[in-house]
Design a protein around this ligand. Sequence first.
Ligand code: UD1
Ligand code: CA
Length: 432
Amino acid sequence: MSVDFVILAAGNSSRLHSTTPKFLHNIAGKPVIRYIIETAHECNPTNIIVVTREELKNDVNFNDVTVTVQPNPLGTADAVKYALDALTSEYTVILCGDMPLISAEHLECLANTSSDNALIAMTLPLEFQHMPYGRVVLNDGKFNKIVEYKNASETEKIISLANTGVYKIETELLKQYLPLIEKNTESNEYYLTDIFKFITDVEVIQSPDYEAFHGINTMQDLTKAEAFVQNKLRRKFMENGVKLIAPETVYFSYDTVIESGVEIEPNVIIGNNVKIGAGSRIYAFSHMQDCIIAQNVEIGPFARIRGNSRFADGSAIGNFVEVKGSEFGMKTKAKHLTYIGDTTIGEHTNIGAGTITCNYDGVKKHKTTVGDNVFVGSNTTLISPITVNDGAIIGAGSTITEDIPSNALAIARERQTIYHNGAEKVWNKKKR
Ligand code: UD1
Ligand code: CA
């Protein structure tokens, strides 16, 4: 049985009050629309067609979908019209692009049902009775009709069976009846749900899993979806042996990879593209993205990592250390108040407190290279491009402007002058 999937994403996101349309907002670092596209792919459809608005066309033009444009948002039935030409399969599954939490099991259940036409209806718990979903009216247990919430009578509004907006329809019937749907006179929209005035032999697949069909319409909806996905990620990591002292305060990304035996303290934020190896420890209030952390590495507290950085086994950065686009070799450490940018550091090197790589001259970024077994004294300024070779020692407070040879000692600071009893004169002036 061949199936095409149609994802509707041309609505105007007006209830979000945001300059970014709802489909492009991230949940755990991934856009809402990608969730549903990736879930649809798990069902191996012939084709996935995303119907969107002209302004969004380029943003959703991923190479694993066909994109078509609905010129004006005249309703869900009007949106589906713009997918018809791309349909080649016997059946069509229609979904909303603002429903990121739906799982492949739900979609497979619908796509694989033996019925030609079917829809998923969710059973709403009492506290969600007020939600403005369309209601599925049954007659002797069989499908009768869908009423939109705003058009529903008081008795229909308390029906707990709600329309998820996920349907399987025979493609021939879809093409035949879609043009016959009339504009709703109250809302001036063409409702896709009205196709079930023509197609009445419909299987209703009831699902108690209402959270999976949670739609993103408002900022609160977005926050709820984020919390749902974060909790799922936290559970996954804890099940795999990652120790989270206060899981509710740690934020992950959809693509975070963490080996077992990692410990993460409270209030840590992990952005996209982060891998953390076994035995590593992330101390409180650290923020990291784009980095690979090997095994037994210590990060933070209050550390910031970004821009494709790498930490080899046993390396460490401490409090108020920022690392951007840099590599730390085995057992190399920078424990306090430091900025390391566009730098490669070898093994067993110690970067003293307050060291700064001056990687930006106001126009261009430059590279710093530090070798193995180097000791960089506290408050050193490394003016890049610069190379500090293996075994070198830099005296504290140095401003380094020239490359340092292997095993050399470099000191680049003003010599200290002592004026004996000079202090006394100053103190006396003050007392007068
Ligand atoms: C729709 C259903 C409702 C169901 C609910 C489930 C209809 C008429 N109603 O209502 O029964 O309970 O979903 O969440 O279908 N869209 C377009 N073009 C348009 C209008 C909408 O692409 O012209 C897209 C939206 O971007 C969205 C989806 O279709 O992804 C659903 O539209 P929305 O306006 O959110 O429908 P609901 O009022 O939620
Ligand atoms: Ca909706």
